[in-house]
Design a protein around this ligand. Structure first.
Ligand code: DAH
Length: 360
């Protein structure tokens, strides 16, 4: 028969040595579980004579109670120690400044911010966003937009061409967002009301030009849209974008192959003290080109110019971002310098909305 005092010493030693609740539980099973050492002793009572049982019964039951009590006490001690450790580790010193996580340190690039602002403004006027590829064919970038082959207006675009493919066709990097006008008119029936923000490319680089830049195009086609609507939309856009109550605009006659008549639009500004302000002053600043969509362009898209008409405009996103947020040089926009982004970038959770404020 097992020596009860020795077993008790061994078990109590093991209880004290159990370093965590899992080890303690394993020990409990090995002693008090179905096949545990103490349980086996309890079972042996059944085979004893009444006298023997009278003598051993209290000893074995006493052993079981003391081991169970020791395990319970050890479990409580372990739980308390674990809690104390967690409390120490999770202590918060509320007098310290809040630590910024990556989501608050990250910044939205001003171009993305301005695209979000444009989208919010035009979505409110019922426009949706259309997109097209950066690599275009000559047809979409020029021919369909009424730039005949050999037309001098093509030369003004400083186009990046790809080498000719096996059919002799030279793809190009789109020089403006206007080819998406064609894709949109070929892809959906009027009424059409879209804005088209995107990347554009020209072989040009100085303080206000980079080989890759951004434009936003607007296109409205239906049966009756006219220049009056165009002026109203552009005026509402300028007021909303520059966050001023009123802005004077000047339409100067111009030329684009895909619009007739065409105009360039200046907005009123003041440049006192080297700072540009909109909605005041007696200076002018050119911000976009626009016009009524040329009948040839409508025809190229399978639309009958006697039935449909509309207008379009295009402007440089980088340029209006520079004007609105006071950045003097365009080149750092694309240098991926986090110090520049920390200064000019926007907080990721402050999404521009008309109700909440565009640049708040
Ligand atoms: N695509 C022109 C450019 O890059 C800008 C432009 C002017 C777009 C007039 C238009 C427009 O849609 O009507 O210079």
């Amino acid at each position: 028969m097992t020596d009860i005092p020795t077993l008790e010493q061994t078990l109590l030693g093991a209880v004290r040595a159990a370093e965590n609740e899992a080890a303690l539980e394993a020990l409990r099973i090995s002693a008090l579980g179905k096949k545990g050492s103490v349980s086996e002793l309890l079972k042996s009572l059944g085979a004893m004579t009444p006298e023997e049982r009278k003598e051993k019964g209290p000893l074995i039951n006493g052993l079981r109670d003391r081991i169970a009590a020791a395990i319970a006490a050890r479990r409580e001690a372990l739980q308390e120690a674990a809690l104390a450790e967690r409390l120490a580790a999770e202590r918060v010193d509320v007098s310290l400044p809040v630590q910024e996580g990556p989501e608050t340190r990250g910044r939205i690039h001003p171009i993305s911010q301005v695209i979000d602002e444009l989208t919010a403004i035009f979505a409110d006027m019922g426009f949706s966003v259309a997109e097209g590829p950066d690599i275009e064919t000559d047809f979409y970038n020029f021919t369909a937009l009424n730039f005949p082959v050999g037309h001098p207006a093509r030369e003004m675009h400083d186009t990046f061409f790809f080498p000719p493919d096996h059919r002799g066709e030279r793809k190009l990097l789109r020089t403006h967002t206007s080819p998406v006008q064609i894709r949109t008119m070929l892809g959906q029936k009027p009424p059409i009301r879209v804005i088209i923000p995107g990347r554009t490319y020209r072989c040009d680089s100085d303080q206000t030009h980079t080989p890759m830049f951004h434009q936003v195009e607007g296109l409205v086609i239906d049966r009756s849209s006219n220049i009056g609507h165009l002026k109203w939309i552009l005026e509402e856009f300028c007021k909303a974008f520059f966050e001023v109550d009123q802005v004077k605009m000047r339409f100067r006659p111009s030329f684009f192959p895909f619009t007739e008549p065409s105009a360039e639009v200046d907005i009123q500004c003041s440049r006192k003290g080297g700072e540009i302000r909109f909605g005041e002053g007696d200076d002018w600043l050119e911000i976009l080109g626009c016009g009524m969509v040329h009948p040839n362009v409508l025809r190229n898209c399978g639309l009958d110019p006697d039935e449909y008409q509309g207008f379009a405009w295009g402007m440089g996103i980088d340029r209006i971002a520079m004007l609105k947020y006071g950045m003097p040089d365009l080149r750092p926009f694309f240098e991926a310098d986090v110090r520049w982004l920390a200064h000019y970038g926007f907080r990721p959770l402050d999404l521009p909305t008309l109700a909440g404020g565009l640049s708040a």
